[in-house]
Design a protein around this ligand. Structure first.
Ligand code: SAM
Length: 352
């Protein structure tokens, strides 16, 4: 028995306990906009913050106590005031865009809602279907919208060889597993000579996309309900994208074959998947590996298994993704650097 190791582990476990608790309080701070109200301002008492945010002081005070003891905000015990340090602001406020990790904490709360289902699934081996995650589309859209707004037009499209020129001239573009469709909405607005289709099997997601297209009077984008494993649009698209939409498929190989078929000869496919290696040993030092394997167990792997599928898992990784792309018939597979997004790998490939 190594007593030092036992003591270190106790510290580590207490850190995890506090971190787990704080993740939900950070999610609440994001949803109530408390961080946004604190940002840029000076020290505030709980009453002042509650007044600014139009929230109940007792709840705000208890939340602030968690934030202060967790090292998220500074506390002045004499004045009983709280300050969000400038150095913390980008990681917890909406102004931080894709840097806002407090927004991501919502995933932890979401996973908590299906814990009973997942515990049951450990016995049965069955999956947990998308329908058990009613808040998923809203949360996913919030997460990816920040990323698309920061990088899609200025970094991602320019990183795909020839894409900007093709879209400017007029191209046909599909996003498979589009969710609420923010990517195709941004593109449809930026490239009026091109036409865009968002495919998904989530009516909730597609409805958000359709409403946004109508509100923005975009006539060059449509949203189509389809199971990607049954997508049948041969040789129709110059460019196809998937953003985090392959690894949780029930039948990813079939979906990739359908995407290959839907792509025109010489057309381009951008496949964006969570950044990971395919071997656990190579992910051990990744700072978000534990988060990835958790979200995999409690969502991505499980929704795939629920569809009778492979359950690839969130961290199926670069090597396996490349194998699947090759097997589907894609060539010239390269990864491109998309700096504002460190959580995903961007595979660009071509239909020969
Ligand atoms: C992780 S989300 C990503 C959504 C979107 N691309 C984004 O970045 O916000 C995966 C999406 O794939 C969709 N999806 C999963 N399996 C599907 C299938 N077999 N056919 C169509 N859509 C599917 C889900 O409904 C969900 O919207």
């Amino acid at each position: 028995m190594d007593k030092v190791r036992a003591k270190d582990f106790l510290q580590s476990m207490l850190g995890i306990l506090n971190g787990g608790a704080l993740s939900m309080m950070l999610s609440i701070g994001h949803r109530t906009e408390l961080f946004d109200h604190m940002a840029g301002g000076g020290p505030l008492t709980s009453q002042q913050l509650a007044d600014i945010a139009s929230l109940d002081e007792r709840y705000v005070r208890e939340w602030l106590a968690a934030m202060a003891s967790g090292g998220i905000v500074d506390y002045n015990a004499d004045a009983e005031t709280f300050t969000l340090p400038e150095e913390h602001q980008a990681l917890v406020t909406r102004a931080g865009g894709p840097m806002n990790i407090a927004a991501r904490m919502q995933y932890i709360s979401l996973l908590g809602t299906v814990e009973d289902d997942i515990v049951e699934a450990f016995s049965t081996g069955a999956g947990v279907p998308y329908s058990r995650y009613p808040d998923f589309q809203r949360l996913m859209a919030e997460d990816s919208t920040a990323r698309f707004d920061a990088a899609l037009l200025d970094v991602i499209i320019p990183a795909i060889p020839g894409a900007h020129d093709a879209l400017t001239a007029g191209a046909r573009f599909a996003d498979v597993g589009c969710g609420s469709g923010h990517a195709v909405l941004l593109l449809a607005d930026a490239y009026p000579n091109s036409s865009f289709v968002g495919f998904d099997f989530s009516d909730d997601g597609l409805a958000v996309g359709r409403d946004a297209a109508a509100a923005a009077r975009l006539t060059n984008v449509e949203f189509v309900a389809v199971d990607a494993a049954e997508l049948n649009r041969p040789d129709e698209f110059d460019i196809v994208t998937t953003f985090d939409a392959i690894h949780d498929q029930a039948f990813p190989a079939t979906v990739l074959e359908n995407i290959h078929e839907a792509t025109k000869a010489n057309g381009t496919y951008l496949c964006v998947e969570p950044r990971a290696a395919s071997q656990l040993a190579e992910n051990m030092l990744d700072p978000v590996a534990a988060f990835q394997y958790t979200i995999s167990t409690m969502h991505c792997m499980s929704v795939s298994l629920a569809g009778g599928g492979e359950g690839l898992g969130t961290a199926w990784g670069t090597e396996r993704t490349t194998e699947f792309l090759t097997a589907a018939g894609f060539v010239d597979i390269q990864t491109v650097d998309v700096r504002p997004d460190r959580t995903n790998t961007y595979f660009v490939c071509r239909k020969s």
